[in-house]
Design a binder for this molecule. Structure first.
Ligand SMILES: N[C@@H](CCC(=O)N[C@@H](CS)C(=O)NCC(=O)O)C(=O)O
Length: 246
């Protein structure tokens, strides 16, 4: 009998995208919460799974696979299941381009805006905040234009590129942008959200991650949070709940 997959994670967009794929594929899986605010990602046992000490990590016992990096995990599952990634070119290249676009740009740059606009009170670091707000505006604009004449990001069917991007697109409003100015992005984002697998995924993630994560964040010391955010001096977070809710 097939053994369930194990997903190590927390409630964050990089983890949610993998839960979306697990549900879309109808796979059996177990969620294991990693308390990043309490430094569990730096435990020697976890570092054996991902030497960078970050979630998500997926374990596939039947295939002896342990894999980190959400884009690599989505690609692994797509190949394993033969789903959500076209076999033929040029459609396959298009999906991979948008998957990498998310991994290399949307995740890292929107993540920085999270830090300078949501974790820190807006205005604390004006230069950094303006820099990442400009980068985010460019990316949200790109996504809106991209979605103005197609149903799904890669132009063909719903794919791992949509799953990778959608949880990050939910930051549009928390990042201070007017959703009325991004109608195509908003329509596509809602179409993803309305999929039954997405709704199941969010419910599983809430049950397996959100409540536990919230409790460990509240229990984390200032020093834990400084380490989590890579801060060199103690700056109290403004409202971290706006970030972890996504
Ligand atoms: N590029 C990685 C980023 C993973 C990442 O940044 N994970 C965060 C949570 S979303 C994390 O584990 N943070 C803990 C830390 O950096 O110590 C991916 O997409 O998997």
């Amino acid at each position: 009998m097939a053994q369930p997959l194990i997903l190590h994670g927390m409630n964050s967009p990089n983890v949610t995208k993998v839960v979306l794929m697990l549900e879309e594929c109808g796979l059996e899986y177990e969620l294991r919460h990693v308390a990043v605010f309490k430094q569990e990602q730096f435990n020697p046992e976890f570092l054996k799974l991902n030497p960078l000490g970050k979630v998500p990590v997926l374990q596939d016992p039947d295939h002896g696979v342990t894999i980190a990096e959400s884009g690599a995990i989505l690609h692994y599952l797509a190949e394993r299941e033969g789903k959500f990634l076209p076999a033929a070119q040029p459609a396959r290249a298009e999906v991979m381009q948008w998957l990498f676009m998310q991994m290399a740009n949307f995740g890292p740059l929107l993540g920085q805006l999270n830090h300078f606009r949501l974790v820190l009170a807006s205005g604390t670091e004006p230069y950094a905040e303006a820099r990442y707000a400009a980068a985010a505006e460019k990316l949200y604009r790109l996504l809106d234009e991209r979605m103005s004449d197609r149903e799904w990001i890669a132009g063909g069917d719903y794919s791992i590129a949509d799953m990778a991007m959608q949880p990050w697109a939910n930051y549009l409003e928390p990042h201070g942008f007017d959703s009325a100015l991004y109608p195509a992005l908003v329509r596509w984002r809602a179409a993803v959200a309305s999929r039954p697998a997405v709704q199941r995924a969010l419910a599983r993630s809430h049950e397996g991650f959100t409540a536990i994560a919230e409790a460990t964040r509240k229990a984390a010391s200032g020093e834990d949070l400084d380490k989590f955010f890579g801060r060199t001096d103690a700056v109290p977070p403004a409202d971290f709940s706006a970030v972890v809710k996504m």
